[in-house]
Design a protein around this ligand. Structure first.
Ligand code: DGJ
Length: 729
């Protein structure tokens, strides 16, 4: 059994294959956190907790004259609020009597088989072969009767523990939630920990930063209405010495696409607390008597074997337990060509068919008609919201256009930006109150478009009806779902003034409902997420879309960093990557090597390519298909760090059985008459012999991993190499 309750010690112990997690109903019935790390037997780990008289750290009333138990110093599984613990909190609540406090103690628990579900938010799921158990621990504040239910699901083989939280107002007065975090994890000694995060910006998403924990609150989050380009809802806490191959690493990945927050605080005693959940900024949620609230899920993983092992845990899990689309495993992803960088909004049906014909010679399977096909949309100042075909551009109609593409034996894809509206649109003229604008104030301009109030049922229903009508009218194989601005004017005309603090969360709930009704009702369509590049690349989105556009930045040299950072948590099969005209001095071959670390496609005017270039592209598309089982399903290794000085960036995919591998190298700069460089492979069978790119001369896995492969330095800058390693029989 993966979850055990020891009646005598009052400990709950959660076991995965390689990790253990423990909490205990401890002194004065507080739920204390005791341990998360490598497997330990079911022993009571509370021997580690020392109780001292800590000056200026108060003691709860129940401890009477004993001054040695302070909530300010004890490790908590979920914190109280304003009860003498002055560190960052799990919850902040305004009670019905106007008081600001929460004092929850465990009153009940339940252990069951299978994975818990959330009614309002996406979650990971258990597959048929997974062994999963769930623990629910209910805390109750005796004075207010506000209950907090802590949820844990333990995925034994995957080494994953998910956590979430539900709040139930069992009292007789309305309360207001100001903050509710899905996870709280206390470390008895955190002075030697680093925090790794994935900050970025438009065009440079998910770069990697590492900071040592010091005595203040480190916070990472978004208040942009979406998980954002600027931060990603994923953090790692790791040993100061941790590397790709060694060291303790804890991962926290939040299944939420809106405002989020991760906070880490090293306290006065060098203990560390990490909390993660919905960002409390501009958040105030009313819970009437009987009302419930769900916090998003956090997917946690631990390994003592460094960043690569942590990434492998997430990659394996997110490949199989996140998205139910048949395009995850059953059906292979197509090689696509997208019209955006080929023509922007300046196209018509004839142009699209011309691009498709040229792309056919390049081994492309799918033509995607990007922004510009609907309403009045010749630039980005108008048209959003009017989801009907612009027949000045698509003169033959959508049906006929799709038929022409299908006649080339190619599939057809289409772009939407459902959550937005242009002021110059029929939709805005008919329903100005559907846009998010604060009454009496001017709205913030961003790409000259406004956000639709996704919290409104009528807005949701409009989008579901209009988009489904298009999808059901023609033979659509693929949809790119975009969003191109942050939320600034937080207001809903459908909510009373006192409930405006609910708008951002309700927006996300509304969005998930729309996605349920469009995406889940079209299981035969491949959906790709996009947010002005990769601004909402998060696991909740990936539970709907098997793939997500990494960035609008298609420069292959910048992409090395983008793919590197993204790979810390998200597998190759989720990363939308295309070859475009960007990176003028980078050869087409190199662009292809980089795009093969992703879903592979093109984003250029294929009609401008020469026959020779088209032939080369065909070869590359075929290679992508040839290596698909390695790149999509193999283990991924970051062989070099592109953020550090060096002449080469290298990465590798290895099949689970170690029989095949694809090792890729891009020469990013060349030092004149410089030293010979070697790339050391990883993940191979050290005893096996491998052929390199079909050569008869074999090399042992051990030699390839310990001595490495010499990279020919007499090549032009930005050259790339791919080594296909095949284990000899
Ligand atoms: C932003 C996306 O990232 C681009 O790929 C493109 O679809 C444009 N939006 C279209 O407006």
């Amino acid at each position: 059994m993966a979850i055990l309750f020891n009646e005598k010690a009052k400990t709950f112990t959660l076991h995965t294959r390689n990790t253990s997690y423990q909490m205990k109903i401890g002194s004065f019935d507080y739920l204390l956190h005791l341990y998360y790390g490598p497997c330990v037997p079911d022993e009571d780990m509370s021997y580690q907790i020392m109780e001292y008289d800590r000056g200026f750290s108060g003691n709860p009333y129940e401890s009477r004259n004993a001054r040695t138990f302070s909530l300010d110093a004890q490790p908590q599984e979920f914190t109280t609020y304003r009860q003498g613990d002055f560190r960052i909190s799990s919850i902040e609540v305004i009670n019905g009597d106007g008081s600001y406090c929460y004092h929850g103690k465990p009153v009940d628990y339940k252990i069951s088989q299978g994975k818990y579900k959330l009614d309002t938010l996406p979650c990971v799921f258990a597959s048929e072969t997974d062994t999963v158990h769930t623990l629910e621990v209910t805390l109750c504040d005796a004075a207010s009767n506000l209950k907090v239910i802590l949820l844990y699901s333990v995925f034994e083989e995957a080494d994953i523990i998910t956590r979430s939280v539900k709040v139930l107002n069992a009292g007789d007065k309305a309360v207001h939630l100001k903050k509710i975090m899905s996870v709280c994890l206390d470390f008895l000694n955190g002075a030697n920990l680093d925090l790794v995060s994935l900050p970025g910006r438009y065009g440079q998403e998910r770069q990697v930063e590492r900071q040592p924990m010091t005595h203040h609150i480190h916070s990472i989050g978004s208040i942009r209405g979406s998980s954002s380009h600027q931060q990603n809802p994923f953090v790692i806490l790791c040993d100061r010495e941790a590397t790709e191959d060694y060291g303790w690493c804890y991962g926290f990945s939040l299944m939420y696409s809106g405002n989020f927050l991760a906070e880490a605080e090293l306290d006065q005693y060098d203990q560390l607390r990490l909390v993660m959940g919905i960002n409390p900024n501009s958040f105030l949620y009313e819970l009437k008597p009987g009302g419930t609230f769900e916090g998003p899920e956090v997917v946690m993983a631990f390994t003592c074997r460094g960043f690569t092992a942590l990434s492998h845990i997430y990659h394996d899990f997110y490949r199989t337990n996140l998205c139910r689309s048949k395009f995850v495993g059953e059906v292979k992803r197509p090689v696509l060509i997208n019209s955006w960088e080929a023509a922007f909004m300046n196209f018509d049906d004839v142009k699209l068919v011309e691009i498709a014909k040229a792309a056919k010679n390049m081994g492309v399977d799918l033509l995607v008609m990007d922004d510009g096909w609907f309403g009045k949309r010749d630039d980005d100042n108008s048209g959003l919201g009017d989801w009907y075909v612009n027949e000045n551009k698509i003169k033959c109609g959508l049906h006929r256009l799709v038929e022409q593409i299908n006649a080339l034996d190619m599939k057809f894809g289409i772009w939407f930006e459902p959550e937005m509206v242009s002021e110059d649109s029929d939709l805005y003229r008919a329903h100005p109150d559907w846009a998010m604008e604060i009454p009496g104030r001017h709205g913030v301009r961003s790409r000259n478009q406004l956000a639709l109030d996704m919290s409104r049922r009528d807005v949701q229903d409009y989008l579901i009806e209009k988009i489904n009508a298009i999808l059901d009218d023609a033979n659509i194989y693929y949809v790119k779902w975009d969003i191109n601005r942050s939320l600034a004017d937080i207001w809903s005309n459908s909510l009373p003034a006192g409930n405006q603090g609910e708008v951002c969360h309700r927006y996300i709930l509304g969005l998930y409902r729309v996605m349920d009704e469009i995406i889940l009702t079209h299981p035969h369509i491949l959906f790709e997420g996009c947010s002005g590049g990769g601004g909402r690349f998060d696991p909740a989105m990936l539970s709907y879309y098997p793939q997500y556009w990494v960035s609008d930045n298609n420069n292959p040299i910048d992409r090395l960093k983008l793919h590197y950072g993204t790979s810390f948590v998200y597998p190759t099969c989720t990363m939308g990557a295309h070859i475009s005209d960007s990176g003028r001095f980078v050869p087409l071959e190199t662009k292809a090597v980089v795009a093969m670390c992703g879903t592979f496609g093109y984003e250029l005017d294929a009609t401008h390519l020469s026959k020779k270039e088209q032939k080369l592209c065909k070869k590359q598309s075929d290679l992508f298909r040839k290596y698909y089982h390695i790149t999509f399903w193999g283990d991924f290794y970051r062989l070099t760090d592109p953020f550090k000085a060096g002449n080469m960036t290298a990465w590798q995919h290895v099949t689970k059985d170690k029989k095949e591998s694809l090792l890729s190298v891009v020469v990013t700069s060349l030092t004149c008459n410089g030293p010979q460089e070697y790339i050391k492979a990883k993940g191979l069978d050290p005893k096996a012999m491998y052929s390199l790119n079909g050569s008869r001369e074999l090399r042992s896995g051990s030699a390839l991993m310990n001595a490495g492969i010499p990279i020919n330095r007499e090549v032009p800058e930005y050259s790339a190499f791919q080594f296909h390693l095949v284990k000899a029989d």
